[in-house]
Design a protein around this ligand. Structure first.
Ligand code: ATP
Ligand code: MG
Length: 213
């Protein structure tokens, strides 16, 4: 994270007021993530949107091979090089161990006590929040922002009943997933415009997702 410290002058004088956190495995990042990040930042007027790379996505480990964090980060950094207000964050990688949003929010709050924290999830993840570790802490520390995702229905009323402060943000429906991107690369099909060009370059350079011979 490269926010200026609160004492510095500049556009974020006093520190950021609103921070969005879009957590993901980003294996790899694609336009679904990026459009969601941009739209939520704009809709809520957030200073900064962090794309929080999960070090060890504990819900995914074991079910499939997750690409090493260093590769996923390099591709994410390439994708965000020109992006305004979107920033890759290595907070969870740096912390090591399993990635829990509750710990991440506590760290952000310690660093920027004045900033409102907004956890951003797609509708598919919104339906699974009950499986998160220490979810009550997340609920207390952050507002929840839910973006639509084709094929998933966001249980907004239920979330509100469960005590979440929840804001839906509508985005152009984008029916793409990292799984689909990986399958395309493995099959030799194009991923142009589904993934930013600089990120495609990084994927190719590192030989990621190609079918093994
Ligand atoms: P995978 O297929 O490997 O699960 P993914 O595309 O779901 O990858 P994740 O890194 O698992 O990507 O998702 C991170 C966050 O981004 C989640 O909250 C997810 O709901 C959201 N997200 C991912 N793709 C989209 C999309 N196309 N539209 C809206 N939200 C999305
Ligand atoms: Mg997913």
């Amino acid at each position: 994270m490269t926010f200026p410290p609160p004492t510095e002058s500049g556009p974020l004088r006093g520190g950021p007021h609103g921070i969005g956190v879009l957590g993901g495995t980003f294996d790899p990042v694609h336009i679904g993530h990026l459009v969601a990040a941009v739209e939520v930042r704009h809709a809520l007027g957030l200073d900064q949107m962090l794309l929080m790379l999960a070090g060890q996505p504990w819900q995914k480990v074991g079910s499939r091979r997750v690409t090493p964090a260093a590769d996923r980060l390099a591709v994410l950094e390439a994708a965000l090089r020109e992006a305004q207000g979107l920033e890759p964050s290595t907070l969870e990688i740096d912390r090591g161990g399993a990635s829990y949003t509750a710990d991440t929010l506590a760290e952000l709050r310690e660093r920027w006590p004045q900033a409102g924290l907004h956890v951003v999830v797609g509708a598919d993840v919104a339906a699974e929040l009950g499986t998160w570790v220490r979810v009550e802490e997340v609920k207390a520390m952050a507002e929840l922002v839910v973006v639509g995702r084709p094929g998933a229905a966001a249980p907004l009323e239920q979330l509100a009943e469960e005590g979440w402060r929840v804001t839906p943000v509508s985005i152009p429906p984008i029916g793409i997933s990292s799984s689909e991107v990986r399958a395309r690369v493995a099959a030799g099909r194009p991923i142009d415009y589904l993934v930013p060009a600089a990120a495609i370059h990084e994927i190719a350079k590192r030989g990621l997702y190609a079918a093994r011979r």
